[in-house]
Design a protein around this ligand. Structure first.
Ligand code: GFB
Length: 318
């Protein structure tokens, strides 16, 4: 058991959806949380990152900082998804090694696995086949991050671990329709269709791809559990063990929002990987279970979206 009591914990990426959920979760641990504002510390700069770690001397580091986005953003910004993520994670890991961080947790994503990996996907499926082309820039950066954490463990005996969350959603998500993931996009589209009295809502692709969704508060709780109880070379999957088809998800959101119109499909948009359900048995064996059902989670996220859109009607960028 690794204890957080009395430790200084740096959450890199504290303004993002996962980082802000980690800050909420860490409030119930007897630790001190430190954060770096983007305007002061550019994590793409090695010099700025090293200076911050040298000044703050955290004992624990969580890398939740990353360039993330949905299927369209991945296609449009390949440099950001590859270069930015490689730089951020490499700078933080090297600085953490240099300044003797006791434990580091690196976060990736289920898109590291081959497009046609057997389902549910176990951790050992990594690097057994070709990636899904719509997100290979992001996946390659994240695979490099897993390998770098392993390399620090092997070469320098560092307690660096990696966790791979499934598709996440929740408060502070990005609701911009061009760059977001499917969950915030559908919540927003369906809400606006209801408000405008539109007869239908457009869902990208065929609606047949299946995804595993996890509420970000469950994810943050699982990550703190992993920080306490996991110290292995191999990464660990973080998921719910349940998936749903995108068309079914759209109907579930429509029910919650109260939209009675039709769901139509835009077949010119990509489907991406056909199915992405991870096996989270390793996490279950550590004694962790999800608590938020998909329905509860969508309800909670929709309420958050309504609250924040009332506060800032034109700003949905999360
Ligand atoms: O969430 P999403 O953008 O990313 O899309 P991935 C999931 C599925 O939902 C795809 C469909 O089949 C989309 O075509 N979809 C339907 C929509 N309507 C919409 C919509 O309005 N917006 C969006 N965005 N999708 C991402 C990777 O893959 O998964 C990331 O690109 C990351 O890098 C993330 O790994 C977890 O699940 O396909």
């Amino acid at each position: 058991m690794f204890s957080l009591t009395g430790k200084k914990v740096w959450v890199a990426g504290h303004r993002g959806m996962v980082g802000s959920a980690l800050i909420r979760r860490l409030a119930s641990e007897a630790c001190t949380v430190v954060t770096a504002e983007r305007a002061q510390v550019d994590l793409i700069s090695q010099e700025a990152t090293h200076r911050f770690v040298a000044d703050e001397q955290p004992q624990v580091v969580i890398i939740a900082a990353a360039k993330v986005g949905g299927i369209a953003a991945n296609a449009r910004y390949p440099v950001d998804f590859l270069y930015h993520n490689l730089m951020i994670q490499s700078n933080i890991m090297e600085a953490s090694h240099k300044y003797n961080v006791q434990k580091l947790l690196f976060l990736g994503s289920s898109c590291i696995y081959p497009k046609f990996a057997p389902q549910p996907i176990t951790e050992d499926a990594l690097l057994t086949g070709s990636l899904e082309p719509t997100n290979e820039w992001y996946a390659i950066a994240k695979i490099a991050g897993i390998k770098l954490a392993q390399a620090y463990r092997i070469q320098h005996g560092r307690d660096f671990i990696s966790a791979m969350p499934t598709n996440l959603y929740g408060p502070c998500d990005n609701f911009d329709l061009e760059t977001s993931h499917v969950m915030p996009a559908l919540i927003r589209k369906i809400h606006e269709a209801k408000q405008n009295g539109s007869p239908n809502v457009t869902v990208w692709g065929t609606g047949t791809p299946r995804r595993e969704f996890m509420h970000v508060d469950d994810c943050a709780d699982a990550l703190i559990h992993v920080l306490h109880h996991y110290s292995e070379l191999e990464h660990i999957n973080i998921g719910t063990n349940q998936d749903i088809a995108i068309s079914e998800l759209a109907h579930m959101i429509a029910d919650i929002v109260g939209f009675r119109g039709a769901i139509v499909h835009d077949h010119s948009k990509p489907d991406g990987t056909p199915r992405k359900l991870m096996s989270s048995e390793r996490l279950r064996h550590l004694g962790w279970e999800p608590r938020v059902s998909l329905k509860q989670g969508i309800n909670h996220t929709y309420r958050w979206y309504l609250d924040q859109s009332q506060q800032a009607p034109n700003d949905h960028d999360g």
